[in-house]
Design a protein around this ligand. Structure first.
Ligand code: ATP
Ligand code: MG
Length: 330
């Protein structure tokens, strides 16, 4: 069996609101084997970012609370660590790449200084050694003229170049795990493809594991070894990329697959959209959370919440429909 680098068990994260405590993730369990990429997919509001912020314990600063569950990273439970201990892990063993590179970079320091700072902090490198690693990292992420670029400020670079800098910063300390939350969403399509390719290449060369959050099934198709599909705070289906793309069982996953351009049938036809909207926190329907939008929902689906159970082929799906509905995606 593959060695798990990250194991999330029954993680419930929520917020105290005027409606009381609302759960943005509800007892989710996930594991990420070493050296693999796990994509968490789902529509806006499904709880993807909240889950990743909880892993990093940054949720504490976003007003959220880990109410239940464990996050095992290299055998240690991160949910019981102090923020002091987490500061030694964040930026070092676990690093992050967010959607907007500009907000991840400090406008008043050169990009080289910013990468060097994290190397000095976490790896105790001398200024000279840190700077030469900075240049190596910028070269590795495909930035031309790294010696010149290292002395530039973020505003002197394009969005795509800035995201390469953020990736260089995320990888400089040789992390075990990189958490990337919509890393290419803010970039235009060609740059998006280049950044995804870069992440694949670096994963192969450096051997880190990636937790990649995306609402885009096309991105998951490019990147994932494993995929977890989230809906309204729960995981509704989980398996290898092949399980999800070729043997998916859950009607919500079918809907997401049908909405991928190019995978959804003849050209020129309108892109499929799942009808209705994801429920608001605190206003969850009874039974299966997807039942009000599910074209196959039966009476039981409106009454009882289906557990995430193994399917006959060995992945996991949370749906009462025994054999899975017949839905054609092509
Ligand atoms: N600070 C907060 N206070 C209250 N509710 C919050 C807070 N942050 C997130 N939420 C709620 O938690 C739920 C999950 O949000 P989350 O940001 O994890 O979604 P997501 O899947 O990342 O969506 P997106 O694709 O838009 O990034 C949403 O209903 C959101 O409104
Ligand atoms: Mg998000």
């Amino acid at each position: 069996m593959a060695q798990e680098l990250l194991e999330i068990k029954d993680l419930t994260v929520g917020f105290l609101t005027e409606k009381g405590f609302v759960r943005a993730t509800d007892r989710i369990s996930l594991s990420l084997p070493k050296g693999q990429t796990l994509c968490v997919v789902g529509e806006s509001g499904s709880g993807k970012s909240v889950a990743s912020l909880a892993v990093m314990r940054l949720i504490d600063y976003a007003g959220g609370v880990i109410a239940e569950g464990e996050v095992h990273f290299q055998g240690q439970d991160l949910t019981v660590k102090s923020q002091e201990e987490m500061r030694r892990i964040r930026g070092n063993k676990i690093t992050m790449v967010f959607q907007d590179p500009m907000s991840a970079l400090n406008p008043v320091f050169t990009v080289g200084e910013q990468i060097a700072e994290s190397l000095r902090l976490h790896k105790q490198l001398s200024a000279g050694a840190a700077w030469s690693r900075v240049i190596d990292m910028l070269r590795l992420v495909g930035i031309p003229d790294p010696e010149v670029r290292a002395r530039q400020y973020p505003h002197e670079m394009s969005g795509g170049m800035c995201q390469r800098v953020v990736i260089a910063m995320a990888l400089a300390c040789d992390p075990e795990l990189v958490i990337a939350d919509e890393p290419t969403t803010a970039l235009d399509v060609t740059v998006q493809a280049q950044i995804l390719e870069l992440m694949q290449k670096l994963k192969r060369e450096m051997g880190m594991s990636i937790l990649l959050i995306t609402h885009d099934m096309g991105v998951a198709a490019e990147m994932a070894d494993r995929i977890a599909v989230m809906y309204a705070g729960v995981i509704v289906e989980e398996g290898t990329a092949e399980d999800i793309f070729e043997r998916s069982r859950h009607p919500y996953t079918h809907g997401l697959l049908k909405s991928i351009p190019g995978l959804s049938g003849e050209r020129g036809t309108e892109l499929y959209a799942i009808q209705g909207n994801i429920p608001r926190l605190g206003e969850l329907p009874a039974g299966c959370r997807f039942s009000p939008r599910c074209p196959f929902a039966a009476e039981r689906c409106f009454r009882e919440e289906p557990p995430l159970l193994p399917t006959p082929d060995g992945h996991r799906s949370a749906c009462w429909l025994e054999s899975g509905p017949e839905v054609k995606t092509s």
